[in-house]
Write a protein that binds this ligand. Structure first.
Ligand SMILES: *Cc1c(COP(=O)(O)O)cnc(C)c1O
Length: 475
């Protein structure tokens, strides 16, 4: 399997060659040159597989430059009940992504049972093992540089901790994350994990990362890399749980189901799109946004209008507070019939700070073939949904999952089971749970008191030179 760029001006590469990089050299995103097709009999055979075995079968279709036995070992090492052990029902931990049925035909797929209690662990844990393997094979090292306001940074750190050949330099806005989030990241004592808290906001941290990455000679000399959401391996890893969720919610391969996905950067639902393109019987992919409704607007109107950062709302589902959706270009590439010149023309507008409108074009007419629907949610909706789910089913959901459930209930069709992806555990957003229910979200026992552990963090001014100097000293 070779990978091609959505902008069509980069050579096709194999999996390991795109694993460590970010954007393609032409500014596009990598996608497999075609989607492997899964027929009904293969689906039937896969129904019985464990999570790790299913993941291995799916990845084997996308990865042809890692020997099968090595790939299998990496995958089996990643998807264990030990790593994903925070299941709502402890007996189901071995399923990795257990299904919670709220009522017949309405389910939650638990994706937040990994070490940082958010779905990003599903892909990031695999990335940690893949990076270590490929770097060792090539005799290389990498310094991962990133900025985080919460979930991504901690998922990256827990995936990369202790990995040979990898160091992580993670910038976060000083004093802006919850004390639980800070404790999750800063209490890591691994030699290869470096937390840098900068005075300022998330955008200040992000600007520093961009400035350092744009310094080509520094980037080359210090082997600066990233693990951001455009990484193809993250999308690939996420395909697996759409299959797993399908099997858990159906009896046979003639059934169709729909998924509802709380969305920000379009990474999670992009994997659902790929699963559907592979032939998984998905009726609808329902995209849910919060107040930051860039993507909902596109699916309703055909207009993609990234917001300026000053137009981005800070909400109680913060991991969906995005101004533009970094994986969306992958879907549009498929929508326009994989015509890279069309994608390049559309994104020349986006990259210049503009928008595009597909309404009235042949592309817009094709949208219905891809099964998408969308809706949005706001703070009051989140509170109401958290309350309803607690009162009606005795299940506590987090704010992002609440956005998903709110939209799922609007879009549900009779006779088609709806699976809402549960992207985080309630305890991560305990203040809003308190506001909605007047209750403390229960915390897994082993995370009790993590705020009291010693913390390892470097506090700095938002200064590019200081961050570079810190990387030089510690690499
Ligand atoms: C990252 C994240 C999302 C959004 O996922 P995308 O892949 O960016 O669309 C939703 N919920 C939570 C809890 C997240 O951490």
């Amino acid at each position: 399997m070779k990978y091609i760029s959505t902008r069509g001006q980069s050579p096709a590469l194999s999996f390991s060659d795109i694993l460590l990089g970010g954007l393609a050299p032409d500014g596009g995103l990598y996608l497999p040159e075609q989607y492997p097709q899964i027929d009904r009999s293969t689906l039937a055979e896969w129904r019985q597989l464990s999570y790790a075995e299913l993941a291995y079968r799916i990845f084997s279709l996308y990865v042809d430059d890692i020997p099968a036995a090595d790939l299998k070992a990496l995958v089996y090492k990643t998807y264990t009940a030990e790593t994903y052990h925070f299941a709502r029902d402890a007996d189901k931990a071995s399923q990795v992504t257990p299904l919670t049925t709220l009522e017949p035909g309405l389910h939650l797929l638990e994706l937040s049972n990994g070490p940082t209690l958010a779905f990003k662990d599903m892909a990031m844990q695999l990335l940690g093992n893949l990076f270590e393997y490929v770097l060792a094979k090539r005799g290389q090292q990498i310094n991962i540089l990133g900025a985080t306001s919460g979930d991504t940074g901690s998922a990256a750190e827990y995936a990369m901790r202790g990995k040979t050949g990898v160091r992580v330099f993670m910038l976060s806005p000083h004093g802006k994350m919850s004390s639980f989030q800070r404790a999750q990241m800063y209490s890591l004592q691994d030699d290869n994990i470096f937390n840098i808290a900068v005075h300022g906001m998330f955008d200040d941290a992000q600007d520093i990362v961009k400035a350092v990455s744009n310094d080509a000679s520094f980037k080359a000399q210090y082997k600066i890399g990233a693990v951001n959401s455009i990484n193809w391996a993250r999308v690939m890893a996420q395909i697996v749980y759409y299959f797993k969720g399908y099997f858990a919610a159906t009896q046979n391969e003639d059934e169709q189901i729909s998924f509802c996905v709380p969305s920000g950067n379009f990474g999670n639902i992009c994997a659902g799109h790929v699963a559907r393109m592979m032939g998984l019987p998905i009726a609808k992919l329902v995209l849910a946004t919060n107040e930051n409704n860039v993507l909902d607007e596109f699916f309703r109107t055909g207009v993609y209008r990234p917001r300026h950062t000053t137009e981005t709302y800070v909400t109680s589902s913060p991991s969906m507070d995005i101004s533009k959706a970094s994986n969306f270009e992958r879907f549009v590439f498929d929508l326009v019939g994989r015509d890279a010149s069309t994608v390049s023309a559309l994104w020349s507008k986006v990259d210049a700070g503009g928008s595009f409108d597909l309404n009235g074009t042949a592309h817009y007419d094709k949208l219905v073939n891809f099964g998408f629907q969308s809706g949005n949610s706001n703070h009051a909706d989140r509170l109401a949904t958290i309350r309803t789910v607690w009162a009606k089913y005795g299940v506590m959901i987090d704010t992002h999952t609440a956005d998903g459930l709110k939209v799922a209930l609007e879009k549900r069709e009779p006779g088609v089971p709806m699976v809402v992806l549960e992207t985080a555990q309630a305890v991560k957003f305990a203040e809003t749970i308190q506001e909605a229910l007047g209750l403390d979200a229960p915390r897994p026992l082993e995370l009790d008191g993590i705020e009291l552990l010693p913390q390892r963090v470097e506090v700095m001014q938002p200064d590019v030179a200081a961050v570079k100097a810190f990387i030089q000293t510690n690499s």
